[in-house]
Write a protein that binds this ligand. Structure first.
Ligand SMILES: [Fe+2]
Ligand SMILES: [Fe+2]
Length: 474
């Protein structure tokens, strides 16, 4: 169970380590300062129907009730330790899992944790203005739930930095509160986390595509031979599932509403559809293209010696590493990556160890494709002949083998000029953004009401009805 009687709720017996406890209690007010500055705008006095973790066991970890977000009990929750756990891959395979940081991997491991940790406050910053344009109280409550949990994920990484990395770790923990999404002087570490999230379609796309990158990175780190990192990530994954649910169902409800009105009015021209006050499917496809392509970049270079080192050192595994049936060392195997050679995209076999970024990206793409197929079913069920497609993975990329090339969503290699000519058909234009934002000029918060551009969800939160008061504004 989680100890909520302490200043910092935890299940790691924090009270026994006074030095660590004091260091974290020192960081806590800085975190609160960050939350007040960069957390959801104007929300500090709202009472929000949130879930809070009460135990890390799968059957009883959430409890629902009204909380003012600054009073949310952020804390440190790790999955229980398995005494028999081993390092399951790489050069140290078969050794007992490490309970302390191996000296030779200290700086690498710190970099991995900082990079993961940096994404957590970044997304809160990206989303902080969206409350003012929410489509319903249900959705407002959901974005706040996502935001407080991203805050907790930051706590999770900061605990590891403080507990295992001494002074450097404490300095990194402070820097995590100093960087700002989109800031020119001190931006967040990864590109997609500096992009604006200007409207709710972007928010749902972000939670579907980019939070799912979070899931895959956490899954790879949950395999880590450094056991505290593994146990932290395992609990974070239970929270991450909700973020992806919000994204998938959010986009799905927008598609559903658009299709309903298209059918009712027997219209399919995008400008006619827009005139009904809903988002045309072509614009949804453009948002999909954007969020998918910037998220693919988060996996890094197709061929990467860093990725190979992380694996061989036992720090970061593959997706579902222990379920895979091979030697878990990968010194003999190969893996296909793609590259552009004289105007054509061609496969190339490379040592599997160096292609681990690409492999994780491919695992991600497989799961994304399933989600997009579920969105497609909403369109098909309405009898509308429109196909949502995932662009080619080389489309609109800035990192890896496709960077610097101009690939169409269909996977043709184009000249820069030809690509630029068609860019406005593929990616949201300023006019598209302006249209989407024109639908979201104010918030919809009457009990049980939903904005015209989105269908209500199938059910409420925690079996509450849709007209439940999910947020009290005070
Ligand atoms: Fe997160
Ligand atoms: Fe998340």
């Amino acid at each position: 169970m989680i100890n909520y009687t302490e200043k910092i709720p935890n299940n790691v017996d924090l009270g026994r380590d006074r030095v660590l406890q004091r260091a974290l209690e020192h960081w806590q007010p800085a975190y609160m300062g960050w939350w007040y500055d960069m957390g959801p705008d104007e929300s500090h006095n709202y009472e929000v129907y949130l879930r809070t973790a009460i135990s890390v066991e799968p059957d009883g970890w959430a409890q629902f009730g009204y909380v003012k977000m600054p009073d949310y009990r952020w804390g440190i929750f790790l999955q229980p330790r398995d005494e028999k756990r081993e390092v399951n891959f790489g050069a140290h395979k078969g050794q007992p899992a490490w309970q302390e940081v191996p000296g030779e991997y200290r700086s690498t491991l710190r970099r991995i944790i900082v990079t993961q940790g940096d994404t957590e406050p970044a997304s809160v910053e990206q989303q902080r203005m969206l409350g003012a344009s929410c489509p319903s109280m249900y959705d407002l409550r959901n974005i706040f739930q996502v935001n407080v949990e991203e805050g907790r994920h930051l706590w999770a990484m900061v605990y590891l930095l403080h507990r295992y990395f001494g002074r450097d770790g404490r300095e990194e923990a402070e820097s995590l509160l100093a960087r700002r999404s989109g800031d020119t002087d001190n931006p967040r570490i990864l590109g997609a986390f500096n992009e604006p999230t200007p409207d709710w379609l972007a928010f749902y796309m972000f939670t579907f595509f980019t939070d799912r990158d979070g899931k895959f990175q956490l899954c790879a780190l949950a395999e880590s031979g450094f056991d505290p990192l593994s146990r932290t990530c395992r609990f974070m994954l239970t929270e991450e599932a909700h973020h992806m649910f919000v994204g998938e169902t959010g986009v799905s409800r927008i598609i559903q509403r658009t299709c309903e009105l298209m059918k009712e009015h027997k219209l399919d021209d995008p400008s006619d559809v827009r005139a009904l006050g809903v988002i045309d499917l072509q614009t949804i496809q453009k948002y999909l293209n954007f969020h998918y392509s910037v998220t693919l970049d988060l996996y890094g270079s197709d061929v990467s010696s860093n990725a190979a080192n992380y694996f061989t050192s036992g720090l970061k595994g593959r997706f579902r590493e222990t379920k895979l049936e091979d030697d878990h060392v990968l010194s003999e195997t190969e893996y296909p990556v793609f590259e552009v050679v004289s105007g054509k995209i061609v496969p190339k076999s490379v040592p599997a160890l160096t292609a681990l970024n690409e492999r994780l990206r491919d695992d991600y793409i497989e799961e994304i494709a399933d989600g997009v197929a579920r969105w497609q079913r909403v369109i098909d069920n309405a009898g509308i002949p429109f196909r949502l497609t995932l662009p080619h993975k080389g489309f609109h990329r800035e990192i890896g083998n496709f960077a610097g090339h101009f690939i169409s969503p269909e996977g043709e290699v184009l000249s820069e000029e030809a690509w630029k000519k068609r860019e406005s058909q593929w990616l949201p234009t300023p006019q598209d953004h302006a249209f989407v934002q024109s639908l979201m000029s104010g918030r919809v918060v009457e009990l049980g009401k939903f904005a015209n551009w989105i269908a209500p969800p199938a059910r409420g939160v925690n079996n509450q009805p849709l007209n439940f008061e999910y947020v009290r504004f005070n």
